[in-house]
Design a protein around this ligand. Structure first.
Ligand SMILES: Cc1cc2nc3c(=O)[nH]c(=O)nc-3n(C[C@H](O)[C@H](O)[C@H](O)COP(=O)(O)OP(=O)(O)OC[C@H]3O[C@@H](n4cnc5c(N)ncnc54)[C@H](O)[C@@H]3O)c2cc1C
Length: 307
């Protein structure tokens, strides 16, 4: 595809983008989805808390979503959008492979990047034994020996939540002050606190060795608190400004994913750092509905003007 024109270009074919694209195509909108092919949870073998598809492989779920979208005429481009600008039609997206896509509206569903604490070895186990979310993989490590890398205030909250799943929870407290009230909660729950610096993680999945200032401590799973960075370079190119909260930065949106940049909507993790698969999907549908509504009004206005 060297050049393509459509009603809506959707950036990202994760849960948010596929759901938005399908909602739009079912309203007879022409939709092109551009996707870089690295959804956030691809490292995990299973997706949980997905109604009706509990435990499905993340890539299997997205493959099914693609087939459904294609059934309504959505076109897919396997590429990465690198530049976005406005023109008289709406938006022009330039792709890494050299193609361009022009669209009247833009739905950003590009997800986020998880920046892990800077500990050697951590990334090797990410999504399997190094975990960030009790609702994604907590049941799978229930009753196990769980370590929590205490690098941010949110890590302390995670320790409490994982304690619901296992009686054996140890927090490696690193560059972090534990408020007296939290220390009391840990005390009554039997959560251990070990101060020090984690120098590295080694071992194998399900049997990790945490190097705490030279002492090797065995855990079966290690919980971390990543910094979540929205994949939002194109939003910035169009003049949008990111917002931040204690765990990351994101595209701020109003109702149904509308952003401050006219014609640009956002859905899923790019705007909601905590959204799981189903929340991202629901946000994509809602944004798709609103974009369609916006186009309906524009089309009617054009007809009235031409009368
Ligand atoms: C390890 C792990 C396990 C998880 N497990 C679960 C679970 O069990 N259950 C659950 O509900 N949630 C789980 N999640 C959360 C889940 O991954 C997210 O809710 C979901 O991926 C968000 O969907 P999304 O569509 O917003 O983004 P993504 O799924 O990340 O999709 C974004 C897509 O956009 C594409 N993209 C990015 N930039 C560009 C660009 N410039 N041009 C073109 N394409 C681009 C990417 O290639 C990617 O394919 C997990 C997360 C992690 C990290």
């Amino acid at each position: 595809m060297s050049g393509s024109t459509c009603d809506v270009v959707v950036l990202g074919a994760g849960a948010a983008g596929l759901s938005g694209a399908t909602a739009l195509a079912r309203s007879r909108r022409s939709v092109v989805v551009v996707d870089g092919g690295d959804p956030r949870n691809a490292v995990s073998g299973h997706a949980h808390n997905v109604l009706g598809r509990e435990g499905i492989g993340p890539l299997d779920l997205l493959a099914q979503g693609r087939r459904e979208a294609q059934g309504y005429g959505v076109r897919f481009v396997e590429d990465r959008a690198v530049l976005a600008r406005r023109d008289e039609w709406g938006f022009v997206l330039e792709l890494l492979g050299g193609a361009t896509v022009r669209a009247r509206r833009l739905l950003l569903a590009t997800g986020l990047t998880d920046e892990l604490p800077d500990v050697p070895g951590l990334r090797r186990f990410w999504g399997r034994s190094v975990l960030h979310c009790a609702y994604c993989h907590g049941w799978e490590v229930r009753g196990q020996r769980i370590g929590v890398l205490g690098t941010r205030p949110a890590s302390l909250h995670q320790a409490l939540v994982f304690r619901q799943l296992s009686e054996d929870v140890t927090v490696f407290v690193q560059d972090l002050e534990v408020p007296a009230g939290t220390a009391e909660q840990f005390d009554v729950l039997g959560v251990r606190l070990l101060p020090g610096t984690v120098r590295g993680v080694s071992g194998e999945d399900g049997n990790l060795r945490v190097d705490l200032d030279g002492t090797q401590i065995g855990v079966q799973a290690l919980v971390v608190t990543p910094y979540h960075r929205a994949r939002a370079e194109l939003f910035a190119q169009l003049g949008g400004e990111l917002a931040t909260n204690p765990v990351g930065e994101f595209v701020p949106t109003q109702q149904a994913g509308a952003t401050e940049v006219p014609g640009v909507w956002a859905a899923g993790n790019v705007t909601d750092l905590g959204a799981m698969v189903q929340g991202s999907s629901a946000a994509g549908v809602l944004a798709g509905m609103r974009i369609n509504h916006d186009l309906v009004l524009e089309d009617v206005a054009k007809l009235l003007a031409a009368r």
